[in-house]
Design a protein around this ligand. Structure first.
Ligand SMILES: [Mg+2]
Length: 278
């Protein structure tokens, strides 16, 4: 014979027992039952207690980003229409040019625009005409006008995490561009601080930890880039959560370092899963 409450979800049963010593019919007394149920659910299921500090990356962690650059690069390769180099070889050349430009100018759209122009001049036998320059600048500038496209569940998951933890946005790039994207995303209110840095390396993470007085054992870096979000954060003493994104920029690819003793490294497939462990 089935249990009389077998039609209830397990967590509802637990909630009912917790409320009234096994009298689920009295749940109607709680007008805010759903938030209370969710809070209790997290207390039971979350692996880490409330009060953690979560440093969260932005591009390709909260919203789509690299896919727009890939489209611009595809248009660039098509315009160049190189007669000897394959598209893959043009791309490899562009990656090298981008590394040089970033060293000189940092990250951001103007750096990307300059890389496309430099790469065209380097590879085109006919040089760079005014007409081609305008077209190439148009490919890069089209990224600026892209609507912010949040990744699945980001808005609801961030809102949920912000009720239990201390959230800091940690992104690298051009300050005005990154601040503009955050503003347009509608997510800014969930963060107690925003860090827009020139490079995400161990000294930068240590500096952020010192300025915000972060305790390493309750502080995490979360992001899609092994090179920028995970390995340097682990080196600086933070825990880390790697969120895989299929369109991560090729210049961010790297081998995942092992977590040093006493530090945690988690790998999750979706942003939503953060709410199940934090
Ligand atoms: Mg990223």
């Amino acid at each position: 014979m089935p249990h009389p409450r077998a039609d209830l979800k397990l967590d509802s049963v637990h909630m009912a027992l917790w409320c009234e010593g096994g009298k689920p019919k009295t749940l109607a007394r709680f007008p805010n039952f759903e938030p209370l149920r969710q809070r209790l659910y997290h207390q039971r299921m979350a692996q880490f207690p409330s009060g953690q500090t979560l440093l969260i990356d932005a591009d390709d962690t909260l919203w789509e980003n690299n896919v727009y650059f890939e489209r611009a690069i595809a248009a660039f390769i098509s315009l160049l229409n190189h007669q000897e180099y394959s598209p893959a070889r043009v791309r490899t050349t562009l990656n090298g040019v981008e590394r040089e430009t970033i060293l000189a100018q940092g990250y951001g759209l103007s750096s990307f625009r300059q890389s496309l122009l430099n790469c065209f001049e380097r590879l085109s036998p006919n040089g760079l005409s005014d007409e081609k320059r305008i077209q190439i600048e148009g490919f890069a500038n089209s990224i600026l006008t892209q609507e912010i496209e949040l990744l699945p569940t980001v808005a609801s998951t961030l809102a949920d995490l912000a009720t239990r933890h201390h959230l800091i946005l940690m992104t690298k790039g051009n300050e005005a561009e990154q601040a503009d994207k955050l503003s347009r995303s509608g997510l800014a209110s969930h963060f107690s601080a925003v860090e827009i840095v020139a490079e995400k390396d161990p000294p930068t993470y240590r500096d952020v930890m010192a300025r915000h007085e972060l305790a390493p054992h309750t502080s995490w870096m979360i992001g899609n880039s092994i090179k920028s979000d995970i390995n340097p954060a682990l080196a600086a003493g933070l825990h880390a959560v790697f969120l895989f994104h299929k369109d991560t920029w090729v210049l961010e690819h790297a081998e995942l370092d092992a977590a040093p003793e006493g530090q945690k490294l988690l790998e999750l497939a979706s942003f939503a899963e953060l709410a199940t462990i934090f």
